[in-house]
Design a binder for this molecule. Sequence first.
Ligand code: AMP
Length: 213
Amino acid sequence: MRIILFGPPGVGKGTQADLLSAKLGIPHISTGDLLRTAVTERTELGIKAQIQMDAGKLVPDDVMIGIVKYVLGSKKCAAGFILDGFPRTVPQAEALTGVLNDLGSALDRVVSIEASEEEIIRRLASRLSCGNCKRIYNSLDDSLAETKICPNCGGTLFQRDDDKPETIRKRLSVYTQSTFPVKEFYRKTGILRTVNGTQSVEKVTADIMEQLH
Ligand code: AMP
């Protein structure tokens, strides 16, 4: 299956994509994770992207489209994928249609995970990520704020620079302006489904699974 998990930052796309990836046996492709790896490795892409990421802005479309074209064309995505964080603009969505077309395939589903802005801000401000296995935790729910040790792999948990309050506001305004129109783009194609992201993690996964039929 070729799936997009759509929704604002912090709504749970990454967590759900990991769970679905294990259930469905297809890779989780997070453009944010790909960029963060490039930043850590100080590649040319990483050095350039970090400026936009730290400011809560979008990395240019042509750069993102190039990355996604490369990854989706690779062997690991041959049986399908779960895309998280892409497309974030209508031109990216249009380019994705072309990339898949060239590969002789097409999207099966776009699942939009929904939550109120207050809930998103609360989650982003308390989000902790593992630098090693990339799992995501909530410092309020999981009382991990003190130990900062990942229960999954023992890696160190950290707050992403772009999860600081000023950057959160910028990212949400970028989402409303540039990314929200992507939902309308997919609504018109008939493959868009929505789920309520403010339920338990397990219930959200079950709802997404139901929408994939
Ligand atoms: P994420 O982990 O998906 O929240 O992405 C973190 C940051 O990476 C975003 O705030 C953007 O700066 C950048 N980024 C990730 N995916 C994209 C994309 N599809 N288009 C543009 N910028 C992106």
